[in-house]
Design a protein around this ligand. Sequence first.
Ligand SMILES: [Cu+2]
Length: 429
Amino acid sequence: MPPLVPNTGRSYNPVVTLNGWTLPWRMNNGVKEFHLVAEPVVREMAPGFKAHLWGYNGQSPGPTIEVVEGDRVRIFVTNKLPEHTSIHWHGQRLPNGMDGVAGLNQPAIQPGKTFVYEFVARRPGTFMYHPHADEMTQMAMGMMGFWVTHPKAKHPLIDEVNRDFCFLLNAYDIDPGSYTPKIMTMLDFNLWSWNSRIFPGIDSLNVRLNDKVRIRIGNLTMTNHPIHLHGHEFLVTGTDGGPTPKSTRWYEVTTDVAVGQMRQIEFLADEEGDWAFHCHKSHHTMNAMGHNVPTLIGVDHRGIAKKINSLIPDYMVMGERGMADMTEMEMPIPDNTAPMMTGEGPFGSVEMGGMFSVLKVRRDQKPGDYSNPGWFKHPEGTVAHEYTGPLAEPARFKSEGGQSMPRIQKPPTPTEVKVRKPSSGHENH
Ligand SMILES: [Cu+2]
């Protein structure tokens, strides 16, 4: 959805929620009123793959809430889940009774009931909201949302930007062929998502050349995610605690977003192209996959892959022709399953899944135009290509070098070695 330009209240430059939207509000005697409905939703996580999640107002994650520093905010929360819930406004300064921890700060919101929260958005920054009641279940089911409080005036530490994107890092464990996340999973999730979408189902971030770009990221998974941008260097300009002091900012190309944290990165998009933007944990740029597969790199698979497959159904040949095989051979997978890796790029399979998208920087992207400009047209002679000319002998590593603590030569102790010869049919010893 295009950014929601405010038509009441104070103006601000709205954010773009990847594959999401901003919740409209109404002004009631100077108070900004929102209505969140906690309910079961169906989320298409990628084309052809739908998940049965819990979320807010028809989607997981819920809609982004955007307000201005100093706004008095009233949020009605209706519970249409089969169990009690509450909402915690992660990172906000507010009266203790509005903090949303069920049992501690308020009674839980029972199914069918509506509660109201009210507070002043006291500090500008990047926030999240999520249940603080049966959290393990409700967050594993997708209940969370983004919150942005824009500064009320020019702020010395908050720059104006041309594009402002936001998304939440979340993760699910959904067995191939099924629809509902397994909520008892602690670490071994099989779907690593941004706003409950997985590559290639994540919106690209489309910007104009020389735009100043801000991306806000919140992590509500069970592990950290080093988020990596190609082709540019960025500054971390904000955290959960608000804008960072300028003296603490340094350029980098990857920033780790730990669990429960928010990071706000900013850069000048001054390099044209289609730049990869992803979590740097390689297993987080994959979709549903089995992890208990032996490595057989170096084994000649000719003629035996089928035999191995009959013994180990999950087995696939890796490290020989690249995972691109996976996308080409179109392995039979159960209905409603995202392929482990996919994505047809202009040069072939991208062999990715999960937490991966593309920053598209274009000279002719109009201000305020967030539409996808298609593939980058590379200037003549700027694409890596096959070389068939003569090559000199390449340099090769020759020695391990020294060691800091030389080993003491001890007289050899006799060792008993038992050698067992394979019974039959094996050629190696
Ligand atoms: Cu990750």
